[in-house]
Design a protein around this ligand. Structure first.
Ligand code: PGA
Length: 252
C-alpha cells in the first residue's frame, strides 16, 4: 500500500455567482480548520477563481479550475490558458469531466492535449475517466477505461505520481443519486491502478491518488473511503453546501 494522503475535491460546476462563491469559500475555510491529514480542494467557475484565491490564501484549501485550453495564448475567444490559471492561483485543473465530453465535444485527443498542457505548466490535472450506463451493461467498463487512460495519457512520460490525480467517475452515477457501491468502485480503482502500474511502474501506481466521483454524499463517503484503492472523492452537488462539504471532508 502506498502512503497516499486523501484528497476531497469539490467541483462547483456552473454554480455560484462571485458573491455566492466568496461566501461559500469563507465558510469552507472556517469549517475545515480541523480537517487534518486530508487535502481539501475547491473548484469554482473561472469568474470566481481570483476572488476565492484571496479568501483561501491563508488556509490549506487548494484551488482548481474546471477546464483549460492547451495553447499558450492567441486568438481563441472564450478560452483560458494554463498560465492564466496559474497566475490566478490555481494549482490543479479538472480535465476531461464527462460533462465536458458529453456537452462540449471533448475527446480523448483534446483531453490528452489538455493534460499535457497542464503538466507543462505545473498544474496538476485531475484526469476524469468513466464508463456510461450502456458500457457497463455491455460489460465494456474495463475496455472503455483502457482506451480513455491510454489515449488521455498518450506520450506523457510521467515519473512522479504527485503530478497527476486520476478520478473514476462512472457517468451513470454523476448527478443521478446512483452511487457506485464501495465494492463496485474498489474493483475499478484497483483495475485503474493496475493499468497505471503497467504504464509507469509499481512505485508510481502505488503513490497515485485515485478519486471516486458520482453522487458522493454524507451517507456514502465513509464506506467509499474504507476501500483500499479509493484515495478521495470528486464531489459535485454535495460540495455546494459548505456544511455538507466540510463534513464529507472529515469522513473519518
Ligand atoms: P455529483 O457530481 O457529485 O453531483 O454526482 C460529481 C462530479 O461530476 O464530479
Amino acid at each position: 500500500m502506498g502512503n497516499r494522503r486523501p484528497l476531497i475535491a469539490g467541483n462547483w460546476k456552473m454554480f455560484k455567482t462571485s458573491e455566492e462563491a466568496a461566501a461559500t469559500a469563507k465558510e469552507i475555510v472556517r469549517l475545515v480548520l480541523d480537517v487534518k491529514n486530508t487535502d481539501v480542494l475547491i473548484s469554482p467557475p473561472f469568474t470566481s477563481i481570483s476572488l476565492v484565491r484571496e479568501i483561501i490564501r491563508e488556509s490549506s484549501v487548494l484551488l482548481a479550475a474546471q477546464n483549460l485550453y492547451w495553447e499558450k495564448e492567441g486568438a481563441f475567444t472564450g478560452e483560458i490558458s494554463p498560465a492564466m490559471l496559474v497566475s490566478a492561483g490555481c494549482t490543479h485543473v479538472i480535465i476531461g469531466h464527462s460533462e465536458r465530453r458529453a456537452y462540449f465535444g471533448e475527446t480523448d485527443e483534446t483531453v490528452n492535449k489538455k493534460i499535457n498542457a497542464a503538466i507543462l505548466n505545473n498544474l496538476i490535472p485531475i484526469f476524469c475517466v468513466g464508463e456510461s450506463d450502456e458500457d457497463r451493461e455491455l460489460n465494456k467498463t474495463f475496455s472503455v477505461l483502457d482506451k480513455q487512460v491510454e489515449n488521455g495519457l498518450k506520450g506523457l512520460a510521467l515519473t512522479d505520481a504527485a503530478d497527476i490525480v486520476l478520478a473514476y467517475e462512472p457517468v451513470w452515477a454523476i448527478g443521478t443519486g446512483k452511487t457506485a457501491t464501495g465494492d463496485q468502485a474498489q474493483e475499478v480503482h484497483a483495475y485503474l491502478r493496475g493499468l497505471l502500474e503497467k504504464k509507469y511502474g509499481a512505485f508510481f501506481a502505488d503513490s497515485l491518488r485515485i478519486l471516486y466521483g458520482g453522487s458522493v454524499n454524507l451517507n456514502n463517503i465513509a464506506s467509499l473511503m474504507e476501500m483500499p484503492d479509493i484515495d478521495g472523492a470528486l464531489i459535485g452537488g454535495a460540495s455546494l453546501d459548505p456544511g455538507t462539504f466540510s463534513k464529507i471532508a472529515s469522513f473519518k
